[in-house]
Design a protein around this ligand. Structure first.
Ligand code: SF4
Length: 363
């Protein structure tokens, strides 16, 4: 059995960004303490039940860095104690560069945090304000320096494209800014206006679909020229710095999510905790969400990766690779969306851009 990936969702943010529909809200120290205590209890309960080592722990949110070093360290220690058996664990902490994280990083690194993911989104101050971000571009430099000083040398930066008032030149400026920070990993997301967000009620003027496509293809080319592999639709990494945790999702491997709104795939079943801190604190059980890991889901997830489908691996898991899917791959390769190899096939950058439609052709 493979090692498990563990995700802990922290539902706290100092302020909501205008585009965000993640489950997060503002809370005080007392709520942080109650939440951390419950996370520790859940970790012990699930650890006793699953008896599997973990090789990745992802503290996501929300803004887990708001918890401060001591609380983060106590969650990391509880996870290691509950799921023992692996010395080499990728432990990622998501953080907001608006906060002074110097001491948080020092304490978190001592507890084992060895990767940080920083929400940068843009290097343009005006765009950051429109997005409702709390930080300036300058704050990012300090956050990255503080992480490295604490000994955390695996740094991922998030960027958004398709932003209000942004063209290719803004995207290029932001990419240059990210590259100056010398990160190991970069995630690039296209802004989507989600229901229930301030942007949904009051949508700013956004670049059209063609412009966004142009931005995406530009990012892919530019980052490749600067030594980053485009290993997943939205993710780029220097060699060997791909996110171990997120690869579990795309490889259709098992993971356990703890915290309100966290999803899991364990023992062939999917389930999730409700988006409700009170239910989480009172011990309400996760909600079943059907089964997972069938061949359609595997195809869908693997096609997010640059490695795509490898026939041998598919056949080890599910038996013969369907003939009709091979024919679909051939048809899509003639249209430039898929690249065929002797071992399998994968989406091209053009295919990544319309991945939902391309995957829809198979399923
Ligand atoms: S900091 Fe992240 S999680 Fe929090 S509101 Fe902004 S985008 Fe959402």
């Amino acid at each position: 059995m493979t090692n498990l990936g563990l995700y802990v969702h922290t539902p706290f943010c100092a302020k909501k960004c205008n585009y965000c529909d993640f489950y997060s809200f503002r809370a005080d120290g007392e709520t942080y303490d109650l939440y951390v205590k419950k996370v520790q209890e859940e970790l012990m309960r699930w650890g006793a039940r699953t008896v599997r080592p973990i090789d990745s722990l992802y503290l996501g949110g929300g803004t887990p860095s708001l918890l401060g070093g001591e609380r983060i360290a106590s969650v990391v220690s509880a996870a290691k104690a509950a799921f023992p058996g692996c010395d080499d664990i990728e432990i990622t902490l998501e953080c907001n560069p608006a906060d002074d994280l110097e001491s948080t990083f020092t304490t978190a690194a001592a507890a084992g945090v060895n990767r940080v993911s920083v929400g940068v989104q843009s290097a343009n101050e005006e765009i950051l304000k429109i997005l409702g971000r709390r930080h300036t571009a300058n704050d990012v430099g300090k956050t990255v320096r503080d992480a490295r000083l604490a000994g955390i040398n695996n740094i991922s930066l998030d960027l958004m494209i398709g932003l209000p008032k942004s063209g290719i030149s803004d995207v290029k400026n932001s990419l240059n800014f990210l590259l100056e920070q010398n990160p190991e990993h970069i995630s690039v997301y296209i802004l989507k206006v989600e229901e229930g967000t301030p942007f949904y009620k009051n949508t700013p003027a956004l670049p059209d679909e063609n412009e966004v496509s142009e931005q995406y293809l530009f990012v892919s080319e530019y980052l490749k020229q600067h030594g980053f592999g485009h290993y997943e639709i939205s993710n780029f990494a220097k060699p060997g710095r791909e996110s171990r945790h997120n690869l579990k999702y795309w490889n259709c491997e098992e993971y356990l999510g703890i915290g309100p709104a966290a999803h899991s795939f364990l023992g062939g079943k999917r389930f999730y905790y409700d988006r409700d801190i009170n239910k989480f604190l009172s011990g309400t059980a996760p909600i079943p969400d059907g089964t997972g890991g069938d061949r359609e889901e595997y195809l869908m997830l693997r096609l997010r990766l640059a490695d795509g489908i490898i026939y041998n691996e598919f056949e080890n898991r599910f038996g013969v690779f369907p003939c009709e899917w091979k024919k679909t791959a051939e048809k899509l390769s003639e249209m430039g969306y898929v690249e065929l190899t002797d071992k399998g096939f994968a989406l091209t950058a053009k295919g990544f851009l319309v991945s939902n439609a391309v995957i829809g052709e198979f399923i």
